[in-house]
Design a protein around this ligand. Structure first.
Ligand code: PAF
Length: 283
């Protein structure tokens, strides 16, 4: 496994590893890796001869400065995990490497409605930051396949919109959310939960499951109200949203429908903001 820190070292490493222009799969991460990330690398490994993983905590996508400062970092452990799952190249750029002209006045992407709903509404600027970094990473790595996790469902939609806008020749593979044995979605932010909060955190999965299971036959408002009280009873506060939405637009669903739907939530447990989603099974 090669570890590179600059774009020019990345180019050299890719030229060495990829003399015959084989398929490259790319997994962008912010580190603090867990089994959910490793599952993305496994999926990449199955599809491509060359697997590149980046670790870069992107400052431009944190709308909350405290979240950026507290974002968990575990580079040594991350490198060992990536080596064990057969990564070919790990790219660890610095902020200056990614943004040589600084982070002020970066480009703005036309993301339409995606920026006004759910995460877009509660984390202003976040998706612009995601696009700014993922577009740079894609231009540097030039993969045929980009592998991303469904846990960040809206992020997958946003990145696809950016790819379409820039007409980048890359296909996105979305990998289903990896869960802990009790159902909690794996997330780097879970590390910041206290033991008691970790136990309580499963309530988000259970509330979404309750919504997703009943979405085709019970009144939506009733399901959403019940899910919100489940979260509050478990100790969550500041519920940003817990809703049923159309899976293709993320707009609210008002009555049981037959089209693809998603139960989706974001809420705070202590100081940690958790997100998760579950697709509603097809009728
Ligand atoms: O999902 C993440 O970890 C980040 O948003 C990503 C895609 C690596 C961009 O910084």
């Amino acid at each position: 496994m090669l570890i590179v820190r600059t774009y020019s070292a990345l180019q050299k490493a890719m030229a060495m590893q990829q003399p015959y222009h084989v398929q490259t799969a790319f997994v962008p991460t912010m580190g603090a890796l867990h089994d959910g990330h490793l599952q993305l690398v496994h999926a990449a490994r199955q599809q491509a001869q060359l697997v590149v993983v980046s670790i870069f905590v992107n400052p431009t996508q944190f709308n909350d400065a405290a979240d950026f400062v507290q974002y968990p970092v575990s580079i040594e452990q991350d490198i060992q995990l990536l080596e064990a799952v057969g990564t070919d190249i790990v790219y660890l750029p610095s902020v200056a490497e990614m943004y040589p002209l600084g982070t002020a006045n970066l480009e703005h992407y036309p993301l339409g409605q995606l920026e006004n709903v759910l995460e877009g509404k509660f984390r202003p600027g976040h998706f612009q930051g995601v696009c700014q970094v993922v577009s740079r990473l894609l231009q540097q790595v030039q993969p045929g396949l980009l592998v991303m996790g469904q846990k960040d469902y809206q992020q997958c939609m946003v990145v696809q919109a950016m790819i379409d806008y820039l007409q980048l020749p890359v296909h996105m593979l979305r990998v289903p959310t990896k869960r802990e044995p009790d159902g909690l979605a794996m997330s780097s932010r879970n590390r910041r939960l206290s033991p008691a909060e970790r136990v309580a955190a499963v309530a988000m999965y259970l509330a979404l499951l309750q919504m997703a299971t009943n979405a085709r036959h019970l009144p939506i408002a009733e399901l959403e109200a019940k899910a919100a009280s489940q979260l509050l009873a478990a100790g969550f506060h500041k519920l940003d949203y817990i809703s049923l939405v159309h899976a293709d637009t993320l707009l609210p669903v008002s009555q049981p429908a037959t089209e693809p739907m998603l139960a989706i939530a974001a809420a705070f447990l202590g100081a940690v903001r958790l997100i998760d989603n579950l697709p509603v099974a097809q009728p």
